[in-house]
Design a protein around this ligand. Structure first.
Ligand SMILES: [Zn+2]
Ligand SMILES: [Zn+2]
Ligand SMILES: [Zn+2]
Length: 460
């Protein structure tokens, strides 16, 4: 069902009417009374305020915030960021809706109301290529806003603070550096004025003043005081000054404070915040980088596995540990195996090369079920002393203590046997690759980071 919003009754293009079920509303409240489930919303017309009010209401809706939402005319930056762009042609629209529905089905729905974070993850999950853009608005205290974050958090969360939190939790990752700006250390506003003041008493009442310096007595004063009946005479020792460089010169201290009479070369610069009116040294300003953002691999895992996958960083079947702990343990094993000849271990990497393509063919939901089945089998193969981690969405590492080269060979074979059983009913194959190293094969100078990087390079 396509839900059209239009200020006036507009004749809809026959193409859409014949290909889709279509219903037309004047405003959001009118739709809310019926709350007909949309496969996509369409906002008709170019009236920016109208478009903003409809799209804004949709993005704030408790249930349909993530729905596809198109406009019929090119929109301003903010509406663009909140919508899915221009309404595609009917044929294309069918594909877009089908892809969207597939992704929506694979999203892990939690019981109870969605948190703001759930909303954001869902929104980004159903739009795999979406980039969260900052919009420049000079009226904003920080010059930039993230309209989507404001809408999804119903205006409750401050966007920059929320982004910092999401970055720390590795749910979002930065895409492109859009701008860099200095901000007030008190209120974070970016509207700053700069003024130079007396470095001695901080008065703003300073003047640029031409001064002269008498070489005979060393007196320094403003130029006017040296001018007497058309010639230059020192007001202190009354010597006539004829030649610059030999009788007198111009001191480089050419500013003078009207409050304390201090002469100085350059004033001290202070920054004044236009929002909170506080003054601070430019050195105390805070540098802020404005990025665009996208959902991280971890964010995608949360989308299909639910938040519990994030909290424990573990899966139901494979107990993944964090990459940091894995690397720490790997370094420890490297040291031990180099020190004691009876200590062996092996490292095995599994890389799935075509998950993205495959998900488009077999569907996200099915693919994740397959991978889940695989991880269940893998867990069955592993001993509880084996350590596992995921460095990217499609790369798994196994650290197998007390496993020498022949032992590694056996693990490798068994993992591969289990992988071959997967996707048997599909004509599209899962492209997986292995890389491995037994402790005896690792060069002496390699630490865990270098080793993982080298092996990862061989996988790709
Ligand atoms: Zn002063
Ligand atoms: Zn003099
Ligand atoms: Zn301020």
């Amino acid at each position: 069902m396509l839900i059209f919003f239009s200020q006036h009754i507009t004749p809809l293009s026959d193409q859409y009417v014949s290909d889709f079920e279509v219903k037309q509303f004047h405003n959001f409240i009118e739709w809310q009374n019926e709350r007909i489930k949309p496969s996509a919303f369409v906002v008709v017309g170019s009236d920016a305020d109208y478009v903003t009010s409809i799209i804004g209401s949709i993005r704030r809706d408790d249930h349909y915030f993530a729905s596809l939402c198109f406009s019929t005319e090119t929109a301003n930056d903010i509406n663009n960021q909140l919508s899915d762009g221009l309404l595609p042609e009917p044929e294309n629209l069918k594909h877009v809706i089908a892809h969207f529905t597939d992704l929506e089905t694979s999203f892990k729905h939690t019981d109870g109301p969605l948190s703001y974070l759930d909303r954001l993850i869902k929104y980004l999950w159903v739009r795999p290529d979406f980039v969260l853009q900052p919009c420049y608005e000079w009226q904003q205290a920080r010059s930039y806003c993230y309209p989507l974050l404001d809408a999804l958090s119903l205006g409750e969360l401050e966007a920059f603070g929320w982004l910092r939190n999401l970055e720390n939790r590795k749910i979002l990752e930065s895409a492109v550096l859009v701008d860099r700006q200095m901000e007030c250390k008190f209120c974070s506003a970016s509207h700053l004025a700069y003024i130079d003041v007396c470095p001695n008493c901080h008065s703003k009442d300073i003047n640029l003043q031409a001064s002269l310096h008498c070489f005979t007595c060393g007196h320094v004063d403003v130029q006017e005081k040296f001018i007497q009946t058309g010639s230059l005479v020192c007001p202190n020792c009354h010597t006539q000054l004829r030649h610059i460089g030999s009788d007198y010169d111009r001191p480089i201290e050419n500013h003078r404070c009207q409050s304390c009479n201090n002469a100085f070369i350059d004033g001290e610069v202070v920054s004044r915040c236009a929002v909170c009116r506080k003054e601070m040294s430019p050195n105390d300003l805070v540098s802020n980088r404005i990025y665009s953002w996208k959902l991280s691999n971890r964010g995608r895992v949360i989308a299909v596995r639910g938040m519990s996958a994030d909290l424990s960083a573990s899966f139901d079947h494979i107990d993944f540990i964090s990459e940091e702990i894995f690397t720490f343990n790997l370094d420890w094993f490297l040291i031990m195996s180099r020190r004691y000849s009876n200590i062996h271990f092996s490292l095995l990497g599994i890389y799935f090369a075509n998950l993205t393509e495959l998900s488009e063919v077999v569907g996200h939901t099915k693919l994740f079920r397959i991978l889940e089945a695989f991880s269940q089998r893998l867990r069955g193969l592993l001993r509880n002393t084996d350590l596992t981690t995921r460095t990217t969405e499609n790369t798994i590492w196994l650290l197998l203590p007390n496993t020498d080269e022949p032992g590694l060979e056996r693990v490798h074979e068994r993992v591969e046997e289990n992988l071959q059983l997967l996707l048997e009913d599909s004509d599209k194959a899962l492209d997986y690759r292995f890389v491995s190293a037994a402790s005896t094969q690792i060069p002496k100078e390699e630490n865990a980071d270098l080793l993982l990087a080298r092996l990862y390079g061989q996988l790709r």
